[in-house]
Design a protein around this ligand. Structure first.
Ligand SMILES: [Mn+2]
Length: 297
């Protein structure tokens, strides 16, 4: 009889502090396999530290849109002038050559069989790292499960609270957001799949505490605040129980862009966003002034 415990960890976004607590918990629970679903690096500037840990634990690692941005930056597929992109540039310059090379080679999806159970792992959707599989988007979920040859479709990316459901006799599972979940104060989400006798016997959704003060100090020490404080403040809001502030900020920025009749997104030939949130600098910096009472940096 094959018994296996698979930890699925998505959307670390450079938060190695959260990641370390998650891994401690997984080890205590005797996890024997680790799958990482992308967005390993960015927005928090601890990319090298995060990648060193992830690479030590697994070779089942996917690319997310955040890794895609680094690749696009390298290939100069965008003009990268907006202040909000300084975070990506900073991370690109910080990453070791080895880690950059590692990111370039990451796959977009992985199909893995554990004791008779076939699982398709992706970051966004089977089609793209950017596409979002929200729980209420049942037409999209139906489309991807209808002809799915695997038993389960597992993804992350949306930063919704982790969830799972069944459609067309397939398991659909959002593994949660490890590093920057906007729903809690200093909590990381990750999922464990218990596989036994050709079946997923149990799905364990874990919420793990980590110390946001350590994250705060590491942000200060990293040097990122010289480049852009706004994204760091919004991210810190997200992980300290003020996710609503970040959401309101971005919604307001979007609204102003709309009033200016400015395009918010770049769409590739397949109709998928390859980058969005193209806020003008005066909006980005102007709203930061408006929201400064909530900001710590
Ligand atoms: Mn993502």
């Amino acid at each position: 009889m094959i018994k296996i415990k698979v930890a699925v960890i998505s959307d670390i976004h450079g938060n190695c502090v959260a990641l370390k607590e998650v891994l401690k918990d997984a080890e205590k629970k005797n996890v024997n396999e680790y799958v990482f679903l992308g967005d390993l690096v960015n927005d928090l500037p601890f990319g090298n530290e995060t990648l060193e840990i992830v690479r030590k634990y697994s070779n089942k690692i996917l690319k997310g849109n955040k890794e895609q941005y680094l690749i696009e930056y390298e290939q100069n597929n965008y003009d990268w002038k907006n202040v909000q992109f300084r975070n990506v540039k900073f991370m690109y310059n910080e990453l070791t050559e080895e880690n950059k090379d590692f990111i370039r080679k990451l796959p977009h999806k992985l199909e893995i069989e554990y004791g008779g159970v076939k699982i398709l792992f992706v970051h966004g959707s089977p089609k793209s790292v950017e596409e979002q599989l929200h729980r209420q988007k049942t037409d999209l979920l139906d489309k991807y499960t209808k002809n799915l040859e695997d038993d389960a479709l597992v993804f992350g990316h949306t930063h919704e609270k982790m969830w799972y459901d069944y459609m067309n006799n397939k398991l659909i599972l959002n593994a949660g957001c490890c590093g920057v979940s906007p729903h809690y104060n200093g909590k990381a989400e990750y999922t464990i799949l218990d596989i036994e006798n050709n079946k997923i016997k149990n799905i364990e959704q874990n919420l793990i505490h980590y110390d946001t003060n350590i994250v705060k100090q590491k942000i200060i020490d990293s040097g990122i605040l010289k480049e852009d404080k706004v994204l760091m403040n919004l991210t810190f809001c997200a992980i300290t129980g003020k996710g609503e502030i970040r959401y309101k900020f971005l919604r307001e920025a979007k609204q102003i862009m709309k009033e200016r009749n400015k395009k918010l997104s770049k769409i590739d030939e397949k109709g998928i966003y390859s980058y969005f949130k193209l806020y003008d600098d005066d909006i980005w910096l102007g709203l930061a002034e408006k929201y400064k009472e909530y900001f710590v940096f």
